[in-house]
Design a binder for this molecule. Structure first.
Ligand code: 13P
Ligand code: SF4
Length: 328
């Protein structure tokens, strides 16, 4: 390991002890960030950890909605987001009451199984249009959206969450792809928003065909943020940590990975005898890559950036997160 990296690591570890801090990292973070973290996981695992872990400070290496969720769940802890501009563009595609333009496109999707709301509407509009229909908010949303929702979900539990709700329809925001995938796996009618993750949305059926031709023995895993026509071609659809579990327990030796390339680090490290190929080499989330060892060290030194949610939003947002965490 180069000496500047070892020195950065040493300084971070010293601060961590001094401040009784825990470093959490999402599976998409840079390799060296994952390596210094106390816990690396998918959004559901990270929320569970943030809610229960004993410490004074959480340094969250991920994007802003993740640090926000940690602060909502554990308000007594100081939650730091090392890079304040690490945001999730999808989380900004829906607003509570001031509309925001969103690109509308459903390439290759001729017959959406669910009704997708136009972007000029807001969450309050859709709630008014469907009074009493429960709102499921993907954790990739801002705290005020969570506060206006009945329950949260992640890619790991969306179907269980939808099936846990009363009635025969749900509003599911903001990812159209996750909603369309949920539609295929639940009997309920899913009223979807038309947000998307630009990293997963770019994958096409041609990419899957090419990957299968190049690696005929490999199983294809895809994240539910990919388009439905891509998901239909995959061998397994699951969250990032779900891919780790699937690859580890499978007898197959080769896998095509349909998610952000940061996950390749753990896949390869935890399965050294297996081979992993990215579905597309450009599946890179620039926001997830903003955090570096230098930014973690600066976060400790300068106590930045403290993420805090006002109580009138935190309390109802926590209700939606807690309700999700109660589902096993
Ligand atoms: P998961 O790790 O929960 O599957 O989330 C994917 C993601 O895009 C987070 O931003
Ligand atoms: Fe948002 Fe997609 Fe990046 Fe996850 S990978 S933070 S959903 S843009």
């Amino acid at each position: 390991m180069p000496s500047d990296i070892s020195s950065l690591r040493e300084q971070i570890l010293e601060f961590k002890e001094q401040k009784r801090a825990i470093i959490l990292s999402h599976n998409y973070q840079r390799d060296e960030v994952q390596e210094i973290a106390d816990f690396v996981g998918d959004s559901l695992e990270l929320s569970r950890t943030a809610a229960t872990i004993k410490c004074d400070m959480i340094v969250f290496c991920g994007v802003n909605f993740m640090a926000e969720s940690a602060s909502i769940l554990s308000p007594e802890k100081t939650v730091l987001l090392p890079e304040i501009n690490a945001v999730c563009p999808m989380a900004d595609m829906i607003r509570v009451d001031s509309p925001r333009p969103v690109r509308r496109s459903f390439p290759g999707f001729d017959t959406p199984p669910s009704f997708v709301y136009p972007p000029e509407f807001t969450l309050r509009d859709i709630k008014q249009r469907y009074p009493g229909v429960p709102v499921v908010a993907y954790v990739n949303t801002t705290a005020d959206i969570k506060a206006e929702s009945d329950i949260c979900c992640t890619s790991a539990n969306v179907v269980k969450v939808i099936d846990s709700l009363p009635g025969d329809q749900v509003i599911c925001i903001p990812d159209k792809n996750l909603s369309m995938w949920a539609t295929k796996n639940t009997k309920k009618k899913v009223i979807a928003w038309d947000g998307f993750c630009h990293v997963h949305e770019r994958v096409t059926p041609e990419d899957v065909k090419r990957a299968r031709a190049e690696h005929p023995g490999a199983l294809v895993m895809a994240h539910p943020e990919c388009r439905i026509e891509v998901l239909d071609m995959a061998d397994h659809v699951t969250s990032t940590s779900g891919m780790l579990r699937y690859a580890t327990s499978s007898t197959a030796r080769e896998f095509v990975v349909g998610t952000e390339i940061g996950l390749m680090h753990r896949l390869r490290k935890e399965n050294p005898e297996k081979t992993f190929y990215p579905l597309r080499k450009d599946m890179i989330c620039p926001n997830m890559k903003k955090t570096t060892l230098n930014s973690i060290l600066r976060a400790f030194k300068e106590n930045i950036h403290v993420i805090k949610v006002p109580e009138h939003i935190r309390v109802p947002a926590k209700k939606a997160l807690d309700r999700m965490l109660e589902i096993k």
